[in-house]
Design a protein around this ligand. Structure first.
Ligand SMILES: [Zn+2]
Length: 265
């Protein structure tokens, strides 16, 4: 079964010297499709970087919460045009991040709501980013899931409505995300020793509720910590998930592939 990396940032400068070689290596490692996430006005212009791999790349365009204090209202107009592209699959990543900056929660929520409304008007699923703050009060997952529940009326006709990428929430957050029609995006953080809660959540969710991702160049699996990540690590992440959770390897790979593939029209 081929693999899909549902969350990569190959436009990142970390790949400037060898982008095509790394993509070729990932294709040889069994990757079939890459969902490239372009999540700032500056990033949106970078899709031509992938023109040699037209069949393999699909795109998400959005404004990441870290731009909540910087973006301008005309950026949302530009985003709307960008989202009309033929190879667009998602709006994103959009969401809430209280880890580094937590004094602009209202701005972050407004930016998220604007993108939820684009999702409805353009009938596009979302890729969500979420990170809690260092204080227990800074519950970004609670806020994100509340906002989605109350304000997001995108109907994907029987399919899931998006991906909660790089899941790092609690067991309850995971249950709520699944009830709200999202897949949990699972990456190299599954292999980090401290993440036993995440491993239990994935085991309980089962292959029908997850998708694989790398978030490269960030978050390499444990044996590559400190190094640049890329999509060729997906088979290793997949194998570690099946081994730990006791999933039948081929059945799990099939299910996860079909989950990711369901977003391609
Ligand atoms: Zn990302």
């Amino acid at each position: 079964m081929p693999y899909i990396d549902t969350h990569c940032h190959f436009s990142d400068g970390a790949f400037n010297s060898d982008r095509n070689e790394i993509i070729e290596a990932a294709l040889s490692a069994g990757l079939e499709f890459f969902f490239e996430i372009l999540c700032s006005p500056e990033d949106w212009q970078k899709d031509p970087l992938f023109s040699d791999y037209g069949k393999n790349f699909y795109f998400a365009y959005g404004i990441h919460p870290e731009y909540a204090s910087k973006y301008k209202s005309e950026d949302l107009e530009k985003l709307k045009e960008k989202l009309k592209g033929e190879r667009t699959l998602f709006i994103g990543e959009t969401g809430l991040d209280y880890y580094w900056v937590n004094d602009n929660k209202q701005r972050q929520k407004e930016l998220l709501l604007a993108q939820l409304s684009l999702s409805e008007s353009l009938s596009l699923p979302c890729v969500f980013h979420c990170r809690n703050g260092k204080d227990a009060d800074d519950n970004a997952y609670g806020d994100l899931l509340d906002l989605i529940e109350k304000n997001w009326n995108f109907n994907s006709t029987g399919k899931k409505r998006g991906i909660l990428h790089s899941f790092s929430g609690s067991d309850i957050d995971a249950q709520r995300a699944l009830e709200l029609g999202l897949y949990l995006g699972i990456n190299g953080t599954f292999t980090y020793p401290k993440n036993s809660q995440l491993r239990e959540i994935v085991k309980k969710a089962g292959p029908e509720n997850i998708v694989f991702e790398t978030d490269c160049p960030y978050l390499p699996p444990q044996n590559f910590r400190g190094k640049r990540n890329d999509s060729s690590k997906i088979p290793q992440i997949a194998a570690e998930i099946s081994a730990f959770c006791g999933f039948s390897f081929s059945a799990a790979e099939n299910a996860v592939y079909n989950n990711s593939r369901s977003f391609i029209k």
